[in-house]
Write a protein that binds this ligand. Structure first.
Ligand code: GAL
Length: 353
């Protein structure tokens, strides 16, 4: 179901119709942990464990989670692990020790973060996987966008404009389950054309840590191997798109090769205007951040949370709130990203434009 673009009232009604998740039973036993507060007791304490603030979007996520927590009178602790799994685990442990009532986790490594869920549940603390799934764990709730659908949108977009030719697929971090879901969606769109022989995949690698440098290297390598004969680059996010475009610029092909992206970050949207990047996937962060905080408070208060989907994480079907992404290129940039105020017009087009 597509929900993110609907007004909140409609959204809540839809969610109420489609399903809801009950908070887990308190499981604190020998840990000495006290159960979370009931409604009205005292402010809910939320821990937000983040992988990174590297991409612009994560700074937005942090700001909006902070804003929503403030609005609702919750006490928020934000910790950022800067891509280090041991640090993320430790930070989450510390927040649990300090007595948070609920954890929101944007994992660096979706597999390793399962231990955070286990530690939280030992204390009776529910866990929300934020944006990225935590795998093989009893995650209480997943709040994200339709990630596989985003991959499909990238693939479809490329295929419609470049139905034949040489393609490079640049995936995201191998430790991020989103990278796999995106690739799955991309392949869903591209496979028939690959099977027909219309599309030749020159490279289908994953960029460690979503690094632009990795994308640059992957693109350079594919350009060299084909004598610069590349028609489309399906880059999984804007950071990797930027790396790929640097490689294209070096051989005079920027603007001639179709390049996808994701995140609608400012430099990418500027590149769309300039013509060097073709499209991005615009994910509104406010509904994501707000729905995560709203759900966190409900879980902490043992109130049911309305969901609109389920996503399997290898262990269970995790009740999920998935928001809708929008494919954006030059044609609908003004009507979406600019109209929403996600970026200001002059930041994208330059002063006075
Ligand atoms: C993904 C996320 C993207 C992008 C990327 C790099 O998990 O869905 O929006 O930010 O991580 O951090």
């Amino acid at each position: 179901m597509r929900v993110a673009t609907l007004p909140l009232v409609v959204l809540m009604t839809l969610l109420a119709l489609t399903g809801c998740v009950n908070p887990p039973e308190q499981t604190a036993t020998d840990t000495g942990a006290t159960p979370g507060p009931q409604a009205g007791d005292r402010p809910i304490r939320i821990g937000f464990s983040m992988d990174t603030l590297k991409e612009e979007r994560w700074q937005r996520d942090k700001m909006l989670v902070e804003q929503r927590a403030r609005e609702l009178g919750a006490v928020l602790d934000v910790q950022v692990a800067n891509g280090d799994d041991a640090v993320q685990t430790k930070q989450a442990d510390n927040m649990l020790t300090k007595g948070v009532d609920v954890l929101i986790v944007a994992p660096h490594n979706g597999v390793i973060a399962a231990s955070i869920v286990e530690a939280a549940h030992r204390r009776g603390v529910p866990v929300i996987a934020y944006d990225r799934m935590i795998q093989n764990a009893d995650v209480d709730l997943y709040v994200s966008h339709q990630v596989e659908r985003m991959g499909e949108m990238q693939g479809q977009y490329a295929l419609q404009r470049k139905p034949k030719g040489n393609y490079i697929l640049i995936g995201g971090s191998p430790t991020d389950y989103n990278a796999q879901l995106l690739r799955k969606g991309q392949m869903k769109a591209l496979k028939p054309a690959i099977d027909r022989g219309d599309i030749k995949v020159i490279s289908e690698q994953f960029a460690r840590e979503w690094k632009a440098e990795e994308a640059l290297r992957i693109t350079e390598d594919a350009l060299t191997r084909t004598g610069n004969r590349i028609d489309a680059i399906v880059a999984s996010n804007d950071g990797t798109a930027g790396g790929a475009i640097s490689a294209l610029e070096a051989v005079g092909l920027a603007g001639k090769v179709l390049v996808t992206g994701q995140d609608a970050q400012k430099d990418a949207v500027q590149r769309i205007v300039k013509g060097t990047q073709t499209m991005t996937i615009y994910k509104q962060i406010q509904p994501l951040a707000f729905s995560a905080v709203d759900a966190a408070i409900k879980l902490a208060r043992k109130q049911p949370v309305e969901t609109n989907d389920k996503v399997n994480n290898g262990k269970i079907d995790v009740p999920s709130i998935l928001h809708e992404p929008i494919a954006v290129d030059k044609a609908n940039l003004d009507a979406t990203i600019i109209a929403d105020g996600y970026h200001k017009r002059e930041e994208i087009y330059g002063p006075g434009k």
